[in-house]
Design a protein around this ligand. Sequence first.
Ligand code: PAF
Length: 293
Amino acid sequence: MKKATTIEQVREAIGKAREKLRQASQQGGSNLIGFVPTMGALHAGHFSLIDTARRECGFVVVSIFVNPTQFGPNEDYERYPRPLEQDLAGCESHGVDLVFVPTVEQMYPAGFSTTVRVSGVTEMMEGQFRPGHFDGVCTVVAKLFSIVGADVAYFGAKDYQQAVVIKRMVADLNLPIRIVVCPTIREKDGLAISSRNTYLDKHERAQAASLYGSLQLAEELIHNGQRNAKEIIRAVRRHLAEHAPLGKIDYVAVVDPESLQPIDEIKDDVVIALAVRFPSARLIDNIRVDVKS
Ligand code: PAF
């Protein structure tokens, strides 16, 4: 595994990889470069993305960069975990070929003045509670895509809105990359695995499992015939109030899976998404429900 800290080193390594992949593909191997952008603190969710990339691609790149521009002024940028040595060992053991670990100065040198802003799908849910967050995500992801020049990029479904926003950006800017969204990985009790779970104290952690519990309740209600989104939202909120009293609900939304517009009457697939703020960490989760199944 190679570690690059500068953009030049990445470009050089990718150039060599392309050459090798051309030769390997003549023997029937994949000539694809797969990319998993991360902020480090790698966990089972990231490793499932890396493993999928490893299965589908001939060369796998992971970036580790805690992107300052996607954190709000009162968010956790400073205290975000940065266990770099552990992350590098994890990448190595999952067969990553190249890890890109840039500095803030590499990514945002003096005079940096460009923002990539997607409208529409950024305006609700996370966009409403984290103003500017998706501008930071889109700008850094567009830069990383341009630096790495991969064929396929892998994102987790836990950040459902992020994946929709990135797909919109890629389509709108005709970026030559395919976006693959992989399933959310959960703890045994259903809690979606996230780097921020480590902030939770034991009382919050015990209650955090009810986020998924409330989504499962919503799914059950839909499968039992409930089609009124307001009723679903009410039931989810009631469940959270009872089982996660330490958390404050930012939102519970029933939305169209592509446009992310709120749905009143459920006729087709929907995504139910929520965010809950515990004293130590803000958690998000979602579930996609197929009405016909
Ligand atoms: O999902 C994340 O970890 C980040 O938002 C990403 C995509 C790596 C951009 O900084």
